[in-house]
Design a protein around this ligand. Sequence first.
Ligand code: HEC
Length: 143
Amino acid sequence: MRSAVALVALAVLAGCSKPPPYKLDMPMKEIMGHVVDPAADMIWTASGYEITEAGERELFPTTEEGWLAVENGATIVAESANLLMLPGRAVDDGEWMQLAARMADEAMVAKAAAVAKDKDKLFAAGGALYQSCVACHDKYIPK
Ligand code: HEC
């Protein structure tokens, strides 16, 4: 009992020793593979053109639900940037933050394009989003 009291006192004195209420156990690989990548795919699979034997086919949404799915994906990507920036998960305080913020910004452009149902803008935003992924991977995934 006495040691418990002492421990609590120590924790209070240390101030910052209290663990955060959010969990940081999810590995980066899981966040990428199961949150960021599937969400980005909701944009990319509905954006651009596919060349087949029958000719060129547009991938852009043709229904309300289709555009909403793109908007959903873009919103998930944008917000998941915050997951990457969580204290204790962020790899550093500088370039990592900038690259995560860049991903969020590009995703927000894609979201706006989906809301406007603007195919050209969505296509460009999808490309810029992809570049933002590559920029971080180039820097932070060891070759
Ligand atoms: C701020 C940095 C950062 C950004 C931005 C980023 N990633 Fe990653 N990503 C990583 C790191 C670091 C890894 C390596 C994780 C590991 O293997 O430990 C990774 C790995 C991955 C993987 C491999 C997962 C696996 O199962 O091996 C995929 C897929 C991926 N990212 C997709 C994306 C997509 C799509 C985007 C953009 C929409 C993106 N990432 C943006 C840092 C980033």
